[in-house]
Design a protein around this ligand. Structure first.
Ligand code: NAD
Ligand code: ZN
Ligand code: ZN
Length: 393
């Protein structure tokens, strides 16, 4: 089959790789019809090289049609239309029972000390071949799927794999009081969708980014926006002025480890890119490699006693944090990979009854799988208005 493979920093290619097959009775094989590129893939593209092997298949936002099932997957039949969550979870362990599917005890990557296995996401998360491919082997398929009805186009449902549950969890974790306010840092797909969900719930939303078309998309949905490039020195002050001098009830960080405005850490990330993988990997596991600009902004912006909800992914082990301020302001801090299956039942009605979140017009680009390398490039460089790129194998 054809699949998008990682070859090196900023080098991905579509190659012929072996077709996946049923390896365990709990597997299914899905023929992919639509699959997306995520901001999390950009971390692999740019900084996480030491944890990937050349030739690894990337991608974790797929949907398609069940081709084949293992003997224990009685919940699915060939021909079923399914979205595949980005994490692999069993549905019957202690963690899955609590809606903490990203901590699934059946698929936890214990030799790396990490949570549930993820599709297409480095050795840290199990090195499971990903979904930017014609076919995908789905482990724990009896639970690792979301069945969706025939009829509406793929774009109605594909974001259930990641964008929708991640943005939903970010808003849930933000714990915004009724009629309260939230600042969303970063207006990529995750921040954009988090704004839409918070607006849908009736909150006051202020979005921050530095890419004009991303600001415009969110403004058009009814959010107030601030351009970071016009507020490099006074963003928190400007937001306090807009919020009774106090700051918003909550801040969602939808930026993560590659934030603009962190020159020192950016140099450290580039340096690890020059070291041999074995050395860089060890260093990254022990050092502070995150560009923390957005997180530091969140700490400054949020009101005293408010909540910061981190959706952006961080990866350093020794990141210096202003504990004095976090403690003194009594900030509540919540974070993590999204527990996809936990939120699906709450999101589904918004996809079936009209399209209040605007998912059908959310993608800016639809490319054939063979053009995926260009998709990565325009998404990373924010060229050609790229916000969300869908691939069609
Ligand atoms: N928690 C989860 O389960 C989960 C799931 C998907 C994605 N993510 C993470 O969410 C983050 C966003 O993903 P995305 O797909 O929206 O990608 P993205 O890279 O397109 O979005 C990041 C946005 O942040 C903006 N930005 C950069 N620095 C900023 C700063 N200092 N202040 C404000 N904005 C800034 C960029 O211009 C960009 O628009 C990534 O870190 C990704 O890994 C987490
Ligand atoms: Zn994703
Ligand atoms: Zn489990």
């Amino acid at each position: 089959m054809r699949a998008l493979t990682w070859q090196g920093k900023r080098d991905v290619r579509v190659d012929e790789v072996p077709d996946p097959s049923i390896e365990k009775p709990t597997d299914a094989v899905v023929r992919i019809t639509t699959t997306a590129i995520c901001g999390s893939d950009l971390h692999l593209y740019e900084v996480m090289g030491p944890f990937i092997e050349q030739g690894d298949v990337l991608g974790h936002e797929p949907m398609g049609v069940v081709e084949e099932v293992g003997s224990e997957v009685t919940e699915l039949s060939p021909g079923d239309r399914v979205v595949i969550p980005f994490q692999i979870s069993c549905g019957h362990c202690f963690m899955c029972d609590q809606g903490l599917q990203t901590q699934c005890e059946t698929t936890q990557v214990r030799d790396q000390g990490m949570g549930a296995a993820l599709f297409g996401y480095t050795k840290l998360y199990g090195e499971v071949p990903g979904g930017q491919a014609e076919f995908l082997r789905v482990p724990q398929a009896q639970y690792t799927h979301v069945k969706v009805p025939e009829g509406p186009p793929d774009e109605r449902f594909v974001y259930l794999s990641d964008v929708l549950p991640t943005a939903w969890q970010a808003v849930e974790y933000a714990a915004i009081p009724e009629g309260g306010s939230v600042v969303v840092l970063g207006l990529g797909p995750i921040g954009d969708m988090a704004c839409r969900i918070a607006l849908h719930r009736g909150h006051r939303v202020i979005g921050v980014d530095l890419v004009p078309e991303r600001l415009a998309r969110v403004r058009n949905r009814g959010a107030e926006v601030l351009d970071l490039s016009e507020h490099e020195a006074d963003l928190a002050e400007a937001i306090r002025e807009m919020t009774d001098g106090r700051g918003p009830d909550a801040v969602i960080d939808a930026v993560g480890m590659e934030a603009h405005g962190s020159p020192g850490a950016q140099a450290a990330q580039q340096l690890t890119g020059l070291l041999p993988d074995a050395v860089a990997g060890k260093l990254m596991e022990k050092a502070g490699i995150d560009r923390l600009h957005a997180f530091h902004l969140a700490i400054d912006i949020v009101r005293r006693g408010g909540t910061i909800s981190l959706a952006g992914v961080y990866g350093g082990a020794a990141d210096p944090l202003p504990m004095l301020t976090i403690f003194d302001k009594q900030i509540q801090l919540r974070m993590g990979q999204a527990n996809v299956k936990r939120w699906v039942d709450e999101i589904m009605p918004l996809l079936m009854d009209g399209d209040p979140l605007g998912v059908e017009s959310f993608a800016t680009h639809r490319l054939p799988l063979d053009e995926a390398p260009r998709g990565y490039e325009i998404f990373q460089k924010k060229e050609d208005g790229a916000v969300k790129v869908l691939l069609q194998p």
